[in-house]
Design a protein around this ligand. Sequence first.
Ligand SMILES: *Cc1c(COP(=O)(O)O)cnc(C)c1O
Length: 959
Amino acid sequence: MTFDSRPLHALDHSDAFPARHNGPDDETLPTMLEAMGLESVEQLLANTLPDPIRISEPLQLAPPCSEAQALSELQTIAERNQVFRCHLGQGYYPTHTPSVITRNLLENPGWYTAYTPYQPEISQGRLEALLNFQQMVMDMTAMPIANASLLDEATAAAEAMTLCRRANRKHTSNAFFVADDVLAQTQDVIATRAHYLGIEIITGPAASLCEHDVFGALIQYSGESGYIHDLPSLISAAHDQKAMIAVACDLMSLAVLEAPGTWQADIALGNSQRFGVPMGFGGPHAAFFAVSDALKRMMPGRVIGVSRDTRGQLALRMAMQTREQHIRREKATSNICTAQALLANMAGFYAVHHGAKGIHTIASRIHRLTTLLFKGLQDAGITVRHSRYFDTLTLDGLAVSELRSRALKQGINLYYRDDGGVSISLNETTTREHVTDLLGIITADSAPDLSALDQEVINQALTGLPGDLMRKSDYLTHPVFTRYHSETELMRYMKRLENRDLSLVHAMIPLGSCTMKLNAAAEMAPISWPGFADIHPFAPRDQTAGYQQLIEELSGFLTAITGYERISMQPNSGAQGEYAGLIAIRRYQAAQGEGHRRICLIPSSAHGTNPASATMVDMDVVVVNCDREGNIDIADLESKADKHQANLSAIMLTYPSTHGVFEQNVQQACDIVHRYGGQVYIDGANMNAQVGLARPGDYGGDVSHLNLHKTFCIPHGGGGPGMGPIGVKAHLAPYLPDHVHDSGKPGSMAVSAAAFGSASILPISWAYIRMMGASGLTQASRLAIVNANYIAHQLAPHYSVLYRGHKGQVAHECILDVRPLKQATGITEEDIAKRLMDYGFHAPTMSFPVGGTLMIEPTESESLRELDRFCNAMISIRHEIQRIEDGDWPADNNPLVNAPHTHRDMLAQTDRPYGLDLALFPAGDTANKFWPSVNRVDNVFGDRNLICSCPSIDHYRND
Ligand SMILES: *Cc1c(COP(=O)(O)O)cnc(C)c1O
């Protein structure tokens, strides 16, 4: 090396992040442009984006910084959050995340970069982990079937209400009962949901349930102040009057309290957070949802089921997918799409790690410590509100402000109630010293003798658990909950499952509309720092300055990127954002005296969540046609807007369209809707094509959601977590969701349990934007468009590209039309998807937004080498299809219909007209083979024979 004579500032950029994030570089980009016959990226963009919507100025963001700098800034932010000892309760508890789970799952890209398991043959690992989660929930709640997670406890409760209304045909009432000691945030989200569905909410003491004529009821077991209701009598009171009953319950307490299922509750739901998932200022955590057998086919959310593959081997897959919004659209029972798969897996592994005995011991210890506290307080003459409790005591008659300052001085948070009481919740991390501290603070006795107290508790057999409610039924009896208690065994089990799944650690995942880009290690690292992980969502404001800074700064970034004025971080997913955005529109219109506007125009190409969300705010969906090029049919839009002008509320459109094209007339479409008095909702899932190039707030949007788990690098987690913040123009800002623990006002149209949704994953998006800066983000969008066009260009001689823009370009994704091949050979998009597995790839999006197609989105993160590897696989598959067309292989026995191939194909006697080398190593690369663990999975069999629990152990392969 010779002396480097560049000036210092040139040497500072040795670790510029954009070059790490983006695939194409200075060397390969010219090759790609040349292949496409283009002079420059700018020429491509000029042909792709309509000129009028292009922004001319760079985004107003701070200059980019290095990884080291971003991490150091985040460290400073995290330090501004103060981690106090937390006894706040209210649905969130400190927990010990077993390190084996942190290291092997939460911080492991083999788990967190996987996609939703729509392709079961390469997803058996996380499907099994999610099945374990379902089994754990079924066991703890004693319900016959559970789903694989919902967004949070409050939205799960709202889903329970709507499920009761759909299912309870015996009851004509329109009222739903909510016990007054249901968590405040749950009550709020239920009120929001009920508002637009015309459901009347009746609130009162749980015991007054029988006095009301309702179709369903929700109670909390234990109530928010700690009281353990007489569950069997409440359930029978509900059933006596033909009401259905949902029980919001705490998994940990169910280790020692009898489960709702034992007394025939219709629904059990709650938060699985305290099974090893950090509080994270409110999320992400997996809500659980379990139902009676009668309700199983109406249950919202994704459900993992057991089926078999073509060789008769046991194989898992997502069951009953035809209920989902993708298919049923405005008739869907729920708009849920992204859920909380990664967090459900954490909670499931927590149960695997501890097993029944371990969980029982943890719960017993929490209860014993609570009982010691109870006894100590009672001996000191302090009034404890309830003597039936699991882990939460509520104290009355204390001098609260003195108590508060004593507690704060010791770094302890208690829950100071509006009714003058003080609630204290204990948890897995509570020690006897903590109880001593609590007694000291409350009774001003400096050294209570805990051993003496404990002896008294034992002698008197003192407990807060009502004798008739003590748990008698078994749980976690399946061998999966007993086999992996040594860390060696658990580590290997987790690795075995991980190895069955294809994730971004193996290959590109070219999923259209899902933007499976790099989730950089530096972006991920901060989420497990205590300053972000160990903060309770209702911690006093002055302890959360770091989170406030993070949220404010990220909101600023997002307003700069979108052109909107205000951001709400409350929605936990894109679909939840749609719901929150449509509520803002409806509230705004109501305030203008236009609450009668209920028509929502939705193009036929829209994502299924759009019509599903519109229905949830009581809108009527009117479908707008698309023309032959895939664009919104402007004449049809105009005529429908005209026809419905008196009642037009909004349009929901996706830009660039789900057809992968920047429509030239998007502004015109927005103008038409505005002219007829409607608002414009722009679905921001495709923001990855336009960051730094165009802003929805500029070209006509009034509101959009952003999928931070797509464009802004939060990993997909195998089906969640997500974040779907919404941006709005100023006129909608007063109608954004608020939160009871923030504003102090209930009834603030909250859509999530926590004020800032899944706040603990926001550092990921913050770091991405911070490290990329305006130029890096814009370059990412440009390269996303380059990569998609490169794929379209390379594959065009072999497949038909369904839609293109007016100058022949696609946006950041492209749709291949497989229908002509199907007509000629019978080969389907599914066969191609499965055959891609043999080549080591995940399939593109199948049959969305058009049946019989594949939608490919490469993202900017994929390099030319990977794009070529993918294109070569697709071209090679096309040649295989040709051989079927030419009669070399029969239509029902060829490498496509038999795909994917597994090790079992090697062992089996085969009557196949092609060799194993072609079956298993079609790309010739024997060293880097990814092996699907099962052959093609039979969906129909699994739906007919619905089994959503862990199969008996004989079914397990060599575990
Ligand atoms: C992903 C997606 C959604 C839904 O987002 P979730 O976070 O999964 O709820 C909505 N619209 C489009 C176009 C999408 O691609």
